[in-house]
Design a protein around this ligand. Structure first.
Ligand SMILES: [Mn+2]
Length: 368
């Protein structure tokens, strides 16, 4: 065989292997069964039984009420409405409600919760989503519930359900619901429900930026996007702010303070809120403006709220939930909230955060 022929042969072999690999990939991605295997591989399928238990309770109840936490964010609203519409579509004979105490203005484009008197209902199934402890939840009439199911992705504070389905490695509660829905063939996720879940997912992951966003998150998001809803409109609604808020953004950037080791923080007083004519919720929404300062992977917003000071804490790489826990709060490792009752505690909390950052920088000198 000449060298020329040999090269030809090798090329043929390589291209045959490549073709087979591509074919393999295509067959592998063909069935949703394989997606489920991916879930099993990535997240361990020990949760399958608990999903079946939840599904069984849903089947067994004619009335289902879905609750979420107070001061709802995009995940809380999108997940409750998404789950409600999945169940309505899938079980048209059941009565399914999503209840709360009002939707903040910036999320009103998402959809509407149900205005019903839950106290008049009896023997229903309660599903509380995106909420670590019952104290944080808005749960009118839950005392009449026959059973309570908790579905959440926060660090568990309290196991308040008859069934507690908690998966901390999920980047949003909406992804848990999408995973749940596609685990059962008779659960229908239409375009309306997909849109709700998609809004929840992008808001809770900072548009797929935060820790916890893994390949399976994209598989689930991809399933949502396959349905026909307008993504451009969603971002237009989420990302446009009123002129007052736009000006307020400039104020934060101009007035952010930094601790010795680089914790970025800012105290928004009642006076400032009045000056810019914005709400406390609006002000809280600006926490992530401070996320892009080099050397400042912890950032904190303090907002006066009646007699309390609401605290929003965010970080990259460094777990800060212990800090939130020490100041009447909790949440995720990199995103949590707390409450202060004394202005003096601001300096104290910043000092504690500064120590955390200092010790992280000591171990990771590449972060100056
Ligand atoms: Mn969430």
């Amino acid at each position: 065989m000449t060298i020329k022929d040999e090269i030809k042969n090798v090329t043929k072999k390589v291209s045959k292997i490549a073709t087979e690999k591509v074919k393999d990939g295509i067959t592998q991605l063909k069935t949703s069964e394989t997606y489920r295997d991916m879930d099993a591989k990535l997240h361990n399928d020990k949760y399958r039984n608990i999903k079946v238990d939840i599904y069984t309770e849903i089947k067994a109840h004619d009335t289902i009420v879905i609750y979420r936490h107070r001061r709802p964010d995009g995940d809380a609203i999108g997940t409750t409405l998404g789950l409600r519409d999945i169940l309505r579509q899938s079980f048209p004979d059941k009565k399914i409600y999503s209840v709360g105490d009002g939707i903040p203005e910036y999320l009103q484009f998402v959809g509407e919760e149900d205005q019903i008197d839950v106290k008049s209902l009896k023997g229903f199934l309660a599903i509380v989503v995106d909420t670590a402890n019952l104290d944080r939840a808005v749960v009118p009439g839950i005392e009449n519930a026959h059973k309570i199911i908790k579905i959440d992705h926060h660090i568990p504070v309290e196991q308040f359900g008859d069934i507690n389905y908690v998966r901390e490695n999920y980047a949003s509660c909406s992804l848990m619901i999408m995973d749940f829905a596609r685990s059962f063939s008779d659960l229908v996720v239409n375009a309306v429900a997909s849109r709700y879940l998609y809004i929840a997912t992008i808001t809770d992951t900072g548009r797929f930026k935060y820790a916890g966003v893994d390949s399976y998150a994209f598989v689930l998001a991809s399933e949502m996007v396959k349905k026909d809803f307008d993504i451009e409109k969603i971002y237009a609604s989420l990302d446009s702010k009123s002129r007052e808020l736009y000006m307020f953004k400039g104020y934060i950037i101009k007035n952010t303070k930094f601790s010795e080791n680089g914790v970025a923080y800012m105290h928004i007083t009642k006076k400032i809120i009045k000056k810019f004519n914005i709400s406390v919720t609006d002000a809280s929404g600006f926490i992530n403006i401070m996320d892009s300062v080099a050397g400042s992977p912890i950032w904190i917003l303090f907002i006066d709220n009646n007699d309390e000071i609401r605290v929003r804490l965010r970080s990259r790489m460094i777990a800060i939930d212990s800090l939130a826990n020490a100041y009447n709060g909790g949440g995720h490792a990199n995103a949590c909230g707390a409450t202060l009752y004394d202005k003096k505690d601001i300096a104290k909390l910043v000092g504690d955060a500064d120590k955390l950052l200092a010790s992280y920088k000591e171990k990771n000198p590449e972060l100056k």
